[in-house]
Design a protein. Structure first.
Length: 136
């Protein structure tokens, strides 16, 4: 759940920075799909997936439909296109995010996360560039 929240916050932060751009970014969850993922699970998680799979798992094709929806929905409709910016796509539509995500506290956390992730990324890139300069 934490990784999903981080993904939502980072995508919303990126969409906010691209709001005047034609680029649309969103985050997608294909849901629980039949896959080979269970082969790497151990213990309780393995048995939980084994039991739940026949009842709630989607085929990988059904899961991939979420990605297709995120890619093409709203391309001919400005109102729908606007809704897709920073959206969380689930079950064939734009899912409503939690009240916390859209609260002032959530927006603050979104900006802090953006700065933390990308400042460390930029610092790493800068160090790599400096290293490349030394070797040339």
């Amino acid at each position: 759940m934490v990784s999903k929240l981080v993904s939502i916050l980072l995508v919303r932060a990126l969409a906010e920075r691209l709001q005047n751009s034609p680029i649309i970014v969103n985050t997608v969850t294909p849901g629980f799909c039949y896959s080979n993922l269970r082969s790497t699970m151990k213990g309780f998680a393995y048995y939980q997936a084994l039991i739940l799979e026949p009842f709630i798992a989607r085929t990988t094709e059904e899961g991939s439909r979420q990605i297709i929806f995120a890619s093409i929905h709203g391309i001919d409709n400005k109102e729908e296109e606007w809704k897709m910016k920073g959206a969380y796509i689930q079950n064939g539509g734009v899912a409503e995010v939690s009240d916390w995500v859209i609260s002032a506290e959530g927006h603050w956390a979104q900006d802090k996360l953006w700065v933390r992730v990308f400042s460390s990324w930029l610092l790493t890139l800068f160090r790599l560039l400096m290293l490349c300069q030394r070797t040339t």
